[in-house]
Design a protein around this ligand. Structure first.
Ligand code: WQD
Length: 342
């Protein structure tokens, strides 16, 4: 029998990383979780253990420390890495650009260097629909042009995609996939892992669930005068478990030698646009509650509408988003209640 493949999940104790760890373990892969706990606590790691009945090795390291990354690669035989260890707050990145460039680029370079030192490997990069900016046409395909980034955070996603592309082309044994996530929301159906934002949430769904829980008084809907059917922005909200499954499919594609090019890009979205107002109403309906919300001015930097054409991922990865927005929003609320003890 062939040996199990081992996948490093950097940032594996975070929101998306923990869901990906669950899916990888369930698919029979070995996982090494690396996290420096700079933006999360141990809740999700413990949740992963409870869900899977396994305790994947936890390496408490900072991926910006090249020696520590090298040490990790010498302790474990890593076949692939999925890189999540990055900062992700758009506004903070505008105030602290160097923090974002240093952290997001250095950690990724160190992981690529460790593979290059070993003659290659498989790397999955956690990219974002933010690279499309305000698209000229919707839905966006992987061929849609990338737009100049409007924040240092967005720029780090573009630069890391380019670093991966260039390193793959220079290193014969290295393969890379960038997954461009649309708007990941929701939580594991067990309610044992989910998003744990620190402070005031920037993203819509944690703000909604915190408002429903009474932690926030009122949800501000940023702008109702956009050129969309109900005046609020359109996004492609993708369930985090569906998103996590896309990673398992992509890693398996690499291991099975099914890539068409050594560097590939896939949109990971549902292909279904939803407005902020539609999302709020769906949340109220499925969870049987009323949300306190008001309309507020537009938020600087928001694009009007962006959603995915996910057909490339559907076809090539054999992956499709399956969870309904109702299931997802009920999982988001179940998670909020779980962490608040409601
Ligand atoms: C969604 C919609 C807001 C909060 C960002 C990043 C992206 C990705 C996901 C990182 C928008 C509206 C929000 C609120 C609101 N990566 N909104 N009231 O901006 O599409 O994408 O997060 O984490 O790179 O840019 O997601 O959830 O912030 O906003 O009305 O309190 O909800 O204006 O239309 P966004 P979001």
């Amino acid at each position: 029998m062939s040996e199990k493949k081992c996948v490093l999940v950097s940032g594996g104790a975070g929101y998306i990383g923990s869901h990906v760890t669950v899916e990888l373990l369930s698919a029979g892969y070995e996982v090494v979780v690396a996290d420096n706990f700079s933006n999360c606590d141990r809740t999700n790691y413990e949740g992963v253990c409870a869900i899977t009945g396994q305790r994947p090795p936890l390496e408490e390291i900072d991926c910006c420390d090249a020696k520590a990354v090298e040490g990790l690669f010498s302790r474990h035989k890593i076949d692939a890495a999925i890189h999540f260890a990055a900062f992700k707050a758009v506004g903070e990145s505008v105030e602290e650009p160097l923090l974002y460039y240093r952290n997001n680029l250095t950690s990724f370079i160190n992981i690529l260097q460790a593979f290059a030192n070993r003659g290659g490997g498989n790397v999955l990069f956690s990219s974002s629909a933010t690279v499309y900016g305000e698209p000229d046409e919707t839905p966006v395909t992987e061929q849609s042009p990338r737009k100049p980034a409007t924040s240092p955070y967005g720029n780090t996603k573009q630069i890391c995609e380019d670093i991966l592309r260039d390193t793959v082309s220079a290193c014969a044994g290295l393969r890379g996939i960038a997954l461009r996530y649309f708007n990941p929301i929701g939580a594991h159906p067990s309610a044992l892992i989910g998003e744990l934002p620190r402070g005031i949430p920037n993203n819509l769904v944690p703000f909604i669930t915190q408002t429903a829980a009474g932690v926030r008084e009122v949800l501000s809907i940023f702008g109702n005068d956009y050129p969309t059917p109900d005046g609020t922005c359109l996004r492609d909200y993708i369930d985090v478990v569906d998103l996590a499954r896309a990673h398992t499919c992509a890693v398996t594609r690499m291991f099975e030698g099914r890539m068409r090019e050594d560097y590939e890009i896939f949109n990971v979205g549902t292909g279904r646009p939803l407005s902020v107002l539609e999302l709020v109403r769906a949340f109220e309906k499925v969870n049987g509650l009323k949300l306190n919300y008001r309309f507020a001015p537009r938020r600087a930097g928001d694009v009007t509408a962006v959603w995915a054409d996910p057909s490339l991922a559907n076809r090539e990865l054999g992956w499709k988003a399956t969870r309904s927005v109702e299931e997802t929003l009920s999982s988001a609320w179940a998670w909020e209640k779980h962490i608040r003890g409601i």
